[in-house]
Design a protein around this ligand. Structure first.
Ligand code: PHE
Length: 334
């Protein structure tokens, strides 16, 4: 009788407590087993009453365990009385890709389709890979074209000013045919404004094989701008880079003839998007490639600049400020 009262009064706060209770009464070595075992020694005239009491106790204990398990379990499972299915859910904070990553990936995809692989190198470079191997010996005035952040001056360690340094490393370690693009961050000591920053991103490309000509370069550039901007017209203006000869700057016509013109609210006309040229024989020699046997072209462009164009962004600083109101606008892009 005493135990029946105890069982009926039992309350639990956790499933662990219910389980402990179950083991105490209904377990293999529990109280009920014990009581049934002593049934033999009960005097015959009391057997009936004793047996009934035991059965009541067992039933009570079983019911209690099931009832408590239901109550406690329900508040922990997905359905049942503990759950309010009408409560609004918590919104998942979904990120978006950065416009630089988007454009970088677009460029990589376009060149992968025509057999270019992706190569990378260090952002902290030495003088040889950033300048000297590229036909810019010490005291060459063209070094001033790219204002450099030096880390040390002897030996010369610097933040790379272009990813042409990766191309040097690639040529030193591979034999032609070479078809590689080198995306990465570069640094120049320039005042920060809406148009320029002290760091930005480039993709440079390099193609070296037997008999590569300027016509191959031009055709590849036309393919590239068409893939990136839609049907487009390009023009090559003669230019100068120490590491290419001849050199040119590439303009794309941004206006009525491009499919992308609906994106533009202002700034139609010829816009410069990259530099390019035939790799100077001296550079090939510096990197262990015989210029009598091989020739090649190289080009380089700024990802940030192209992102400004493609997405109509009017301030380059937005690309590095991590303002969520800006970044969220690229959610729909993949
Ligand atoms: N390295 C040049 C720059 O950073 C771009 C370039 C690359 C030009 C390859 C010609 C050939 O401005």
């Amino acid at each position: 009788q005493e135990h029946i009262q105890k069982v009926n009064a039992f309350q639990a706060e956790s499933l662990e407590q219910v389980e402990a209770f179950r083991i105490e009464y209904l377990g293999k070595k529990g109280l009920l087993k014990e009581f049934f075992a002593s049934f033999k020694s009960v005097p015959p005239e009391q057997k009936k009453e004793y047996g009934q009491a035991l059965n009541t106790l067992r039933q009570a204990a079983e019911e209690k365990v099931n009832q408590l398990k239901d109550e406690l379990g329900a508040s922990q499972s997905v359905t049942g009385p503990g759950m309010d299915l009408t409560r609004p859910g918590d919104a998942l904070a979904e990120g978006s890709r950065h416009p630089i990553s988007l454009v970088r990936q677009k460029i990589i995809d376009i060149f992968s389709r025509i057999g270019f692989n992706v190569s990378e190198g260090p952002e902290i470079e030495d003088d040889w890979h950033n300048f000297t191997a590229l036909n810019l010996p010490e005291y060459h005035p063209a070094r001033d074209m790219q204002d450099t952040f030096f880390i040390e001056t002897n030996p010369d360690l610097l933040l790379r000013t272009h990813t042409s340094s990766v191309q040097v490393r690639y040529m030193e370690n591979h034999t032609p045919p070479i078809r590689t693009i080198s995306p990465g961050r570069v640094y120049r000591n320039e005042a920060i404004s809406a148009r320029s920053h002290c760091f930005f991103h480039q993709v440079e490309g390099l193609y070296i094989d037997k008999g590569v000509s300027f016509a191959d370069l031009k055709q590849t550039l036309q393919y590239f701008t068409t893939e990136l901007f839609g049907k487009s017209r390009i023009r090559l203006r003669p230019s100068y880079f120490p590491f290419t000869e001849p050199s040119a700057e590439v303009d794309v016509y941004w206006g009525l003839e491009t499919e992308t013109d609906y994106r533009m609210t202002k700034g139609t006309g010829w816009l410069e998007i990259m530099g390019c040229g035939m790799v100077d024989p001296n550079v090939l020699k510096n990197c262990g490639i015989d210029p009598e046997e091989y020739s090649g072209y190289a080009f380089g462009m700024g990802i940030d600049r192209i992102a400004l164009l493609l997405y109509q962004i009017d301030d380059i600083r937005l690309l590095s400020e991590n303002d969520l109101r800006f970044l969220k606008q690229f959610k729909s892009e993949l």
